[in-house]
Design a protein around this ligand. Structure first.
Ligand code: DGL
Length: 264
């Protein structure tokens, strides 16, 4: 394997940076390419067929261009819908991001777990299966919070966080049956850990937040262990959308170790 072969992380927007941050801690020498499908954002409002075709097609083309050693779908919406299809299309290991229901169930004392995701994620059979397998006998309260995707995109572009979006997500969860007993909230969208401080403040000190990023980084470290890494060109961010929209993220990307930006 070429030691400069990158690890490709893919999301609709900035969300996957919450995963990339953990990957950098465990695999610091790897060359990383961060791909944001800003032309397709938001995925949460799209149909299953649209997401599957788009994600599989883009990852196929990106793999041809960048020759990654591994691809990570750093997006719960895309992973819960298209992980199997992408694995069929690519010849490299593909790591997905799925809601951290298993650790949340282990952590919850009240047996009431909140789950914040996109509209598309919360209706997935993949989530039904995780609930059946790991949260049987508990209450899993799912709430769609698309406003948080927009709020995270704005925050990383240096704009103020939309408090109404935070309040709507928290109030929505609390208003569900047993909502007042929630003691763990699964952040089932990679955008949401970017708002962890704001969400935590709104939910109060008795609620723990959990997401899958550290677990994904461990999986990537294990799949690449023993491999050689080189990164002479530096990390790169690419977008399917307007380059200006990616450029507005330059300071946030630089703080994640990415200084080269280009259009895909
Ligand atoms: N970051 C994506 C996720 O984890 C979704 C954001 C979107 O709606 O595009 O689900």
């Amino acid at each position: 394997m070429d030691k400069n072969a990158p690890i490709l992380l893919f999301d609709s927007g900035v969300g996957g940076l919450s995963v990339l941050a953990e990957v950098r801690k465990l695999v610091p020498d790897a060359r990383l390419i961060y791909a944001a499908d800003l032309a397709g954002l938001p995925y949460g409002a799209k149909s299953e067929a649209q997401i599957a075709a788009r994600v599989a097609g883009l990852l196929g083309r990106m793999s041809e261009r960048y020759r990654p050693r591994l691809a990570c779908i750093a997006c719960n919406t895309a992973s819960t819908i298209a992980l199997g299809m992408v694995r069929d299309v690519l010849e490299i290991p593909v790591v997905g991001t799925v809601p951290a229901i298993k650790p949340a169930a282990a952590l919850s004392k009240s047996g009431v777990i909140g789950l914040l995701g996109t509209e598309a994620t919360i209706r997935q059979p993949y989530v039904d299966n995780l609930e059946r397998e790991f949260a049987a006998g508990k209450h899993l309260l799912r709430f769609a919070a698309p406003g948080l995707v927009e709020a995270a995109e704005a925050k990383l572009r240096g704009k103020p966080v939309d408090r109404a979006a935070i309040d709507a997500a928290v109030k929505g969860l609390r208003a569900m049956e047993h909502g007042d007993e929630i003691d763990v909230v699964v952040l089932a969208c990679t955008h949401f850990p970017l708002l962890a401080d704001e969400l935590s403040e709104a939910l109060g000190p008795d609620v723990q937040l959990i997401d899958g990023a550290a677990g994904i980084a461990l999986r990537i470290a294990s799949l690449t262990s023993g491999q050689q890494f080189g990164n002479p060109e530096g990390n790169l961010a690419v977008t399917t959308g307007a380059i200006e929209s990616l450029e507005a993220l330059a300071p946030a990307l630089a703080s994640h170790g990415i200084s080269r930006l280009e259009r895909f």
